[in-house]
Every structure is written in structure tokens, then in C-alpha cells.
Design a protein around this ligand. Structure first.
Ligand code: C2E
Ligand code: CA
Ligand code: CA
Ligand code: CA
Length: 285
């Protein structure tokens, strides 16, 4: 532990200074990270609750820092947003994921072991989305890669739906018209904009981990998840539960009728090659 300063305040200040220095240091490094090949897409399988097969995946960004090791995205994504680097990084992870989704679908068509259906989701930061024209910028790139848009799902967060600053409704509609699907991430944690769901075209709701966590012990959480699933189904939306860590949680989610499951109970996010091995093993059983 650090020495305490002459008063509590100076101790506090030095910690804040340290934190700011660390962020500044990371910010400088982040500028180089993409070109240096330090950013790596990981993939976490998404399982069909009823068949037990891997049918989707979520791309999750990793930063392998040469000195600090793995820097968690919860730390560097906000830095990338502040620095405006999120646009470059966001374009890159989207196209990288699209390429892989295309490759995996090709493998599947050549092989009856059925590695994956091909639908992979990518997280989109509100900053990226609000700059506008995202779909129009990405579609020609997908076309030249030869990747069908329906291989991709974009994950957005509730906060974005509350934004009055940009044409979120129109942009979401463009993505769906282009053939991509839309998932609403971390559902239930924000303003729980149930009413918004009608206005925005959404294909999947991702039930936040905080509800799934206590599903076994907290009857209120179970009631909330049941209500969310029932409401989602009434609106024609498919449900994905995040953070499934136990067999019991899995069983309850199946009872409730949640279509898809994602979490450490099945697998952690992993590099592309491992992911492919995992899918082949799971889906050929
Ligand atoms: P998220 O989109 O809500 O992603 C789910 C997070 O939950 C991931 O953390 C995942 O590793 C973790 N997770 C999955 N299953 C379990 C489980 O069973 N238990 C627990 N405790 N955790 C589980 P990760 O990879 O650290 O990502 C954190 C956040 O960083 C993401 O939250 C997302 O908001 C952001 N992020 C990651 N990659 C990207 C990206 O490419 N672009 C943008 N804009 N944001 C990203
Ligand atoms: Ca997500
Ligand atoms: Ca989430
Ligand atoms: Ca989150």
C-alpha cells in the first residue's frame, strides 16, 4: 500500500494523479495499438437454449499491451471514446468480425460438422452511432468482402435510444433494411425504456448479467426476468441471457423460455481459432 500523505487529501490527490497518468499513458499507447496489431477480437459463444448448439457469438475486443498485459475493454473503450479513436477501432473490429463470419460460414458449407450458423454480434459505441452514416459506410465494405449482411448483428445500449441528438430510429432502420439485425444490450440496467421498444426496430434483447446472477436465490429477479421475457416475446423479440454461470441458471432460463444463453457456464470469450475448435466440438456431439 502507498504511504499516506500529511493529510488524507494529498493521499487522495496522488492516487487521482496516478490514475490520470496511467490513463494518459494508455491513451498514448492506444494510438499505436491498432497499427501494432495489439488489438485482438475474442469471441464468446451464444448457445441455443433448446438444442444446446452454438448458433451465434459476440465479438469482444482485447488489448494485449506489451508491458501491462491484457487491458480490459471497460478501461480502454472509454479512453478510445474520449480520444475519438473509437471510430477507427470500431470500423476495424466490425470489418474484422465480418471477415471471420464469412470464413466460418464457408467452412460450414464445406463441412457437415457445421461449425457455426455465422451470425456474429459486434458492440457499437453510442459515439460511433451518433456520428451517423455508419450503415452507409459499412455496406460497400461488406460487399467488397463478399460477406452477406445477415451474418452480422449490432449490439447497442439503452442509453442510445434516449439520445435526441441523432436520427437513431432512422439509422437502426437502415441497418435492418440492409439485412443486419439489432440487439439491445444490458437490458434492464438503464432507463428500461420499455416504451421505446415499440418505436425502435430491435431483434434481440440481451438480459443483463445482474438479473441472471441472482436468478437462483432472488425470487424478485426471477419475476423480473419472467416479465422481461414475456414482454419481449409479445413484441416479437428474441431473448439472450448474459452472464449464465451455472446449470441451475440455465435450467431456469429454459423454463422461462429464453431462446439464447451466453456466459462462463458454456465458455469465456476466446481467440478466433479456439472459438472455432470449441464450436466444432460442441456442435458435432
Ligand atoms: P458487454 O457488451 O456487456 O459484454 C459482456 C461482458 O460480460 C464481456 O466482458 C464478457 O466477457 C462478460 N461475460 C460474459 N459472460 C460472463 C459470465 O458468465 N460472467 C461474468 N462475470 N462476465 C461474463 P468484456 O469482454 O470485459 O467487455 C466489457 C465491455 O466492454 C462490454 O460489455 C462492452 O460494453 C465493451 N466492449 C467490448 N468489446 C467492445 C467493442 O468491440 N466495441 C465496443 N464499443 N465496446 C466493447
Ligand atoms: Ca455486448
Ligand atoms: Ca451486455
Ligand atoms: Ca456492459
Amino acid at each position: 500500500a502507498k504511504e499516506r500523505g500529511r493529510n488524507g487529501f494529498s493521499f487522495f490527490t496522488s492516487t487521482m494523479q496516478e490514475e490520470m497518468q496511467q490513463r494518459l499513458h494508455l491513451a498514448t499507447d492506444l494510438r499505436e495499438a491498432l497499427a501494432a496489431g495489439q488489438l485482438i477480437p475474442y469471441f464468446q459463444p451464444i448457445i441455443d437454449t433448446f438444442s444446446g448448439q452454438v448458433v451465434k457469438a459476440e465479438a469482444l475486443l482485447r488489448w494485449k499491451h506489451p508491458e501491462h498485459g491484457m487491458v480490459p475493454p471497460d478501461l480502454f473503450i472509454p479512453i478510445a471514446e474520449e480520444m475519438g479513436l473509437i471510430h477507427e477501432i470500431g470500423d476495424w473490429i466490425f470489418l474484422e468480425t465480418a471477415k471471420l463470419a464469412g470464413q466460418w460460414a464457408d467452412i460450414r458449407s464445406q463441412n457437415s460438422a457445421r461449425p457455426i450458423h455465422g451470425q456474429i454480434s459486434v458492440n457499437i459505441s453510442p459515439r460511433q452511432f451518433m456520428r451517423g452514416n455508419l450503415c452507409d459506410q459499412w455496406m460497400p465494405r461488406l460487399q467488397s468482402l463478399g460477406v452477406p449482411p445477415h451474418y452480422l448483428v449490432i449490439e447497442i445500449t439503452e442509453g442510445l435510444l434516449l439520445s435526441e441528438q441523432s436520427d437513431v430510429v432512422g439509422e437502426l432502420a437502415r441497418f435492418r433494411e440492409a439485412g443486419m439485425q439489432v440487439a439491445l444490450d444490458d437490458f434492464g440496467t438503464g432507463y428500461s425504456a420499455m416504451a421505446y421498444l415499440k418505436r425502435f426496430s430491435i431483434d434481440y434483447l440481451k438480459i443483463d448479467r445482474s438479473f441472471v446472477n441472482e436468478l437462483e436465490t432472488d425470487t424478485n429477479d426471477r419475476a423480473i426476468v419472467e416479465a422481461i421475457v414475456a414482454m419481449g416475446h409479445k413484441l416479437g423479440v428474441k431473448m439472450i441471457a448474459e452472464g449464465v454461470e451455472t446449470q441451475r441458471q440455465r435450467d431456469i432460463l429454459q423454463e422461462i423460455g429464453c431462446e439464447y444463453l451466453q456466459g462462463y457456464f458454456y465458455a469465456r470469450p476466446m481467440p478466433a481459432k479456439e472459438f472455432l475448435d470449441y464450436v466444432s466440438a460442441m456442435n458435432s456431439e
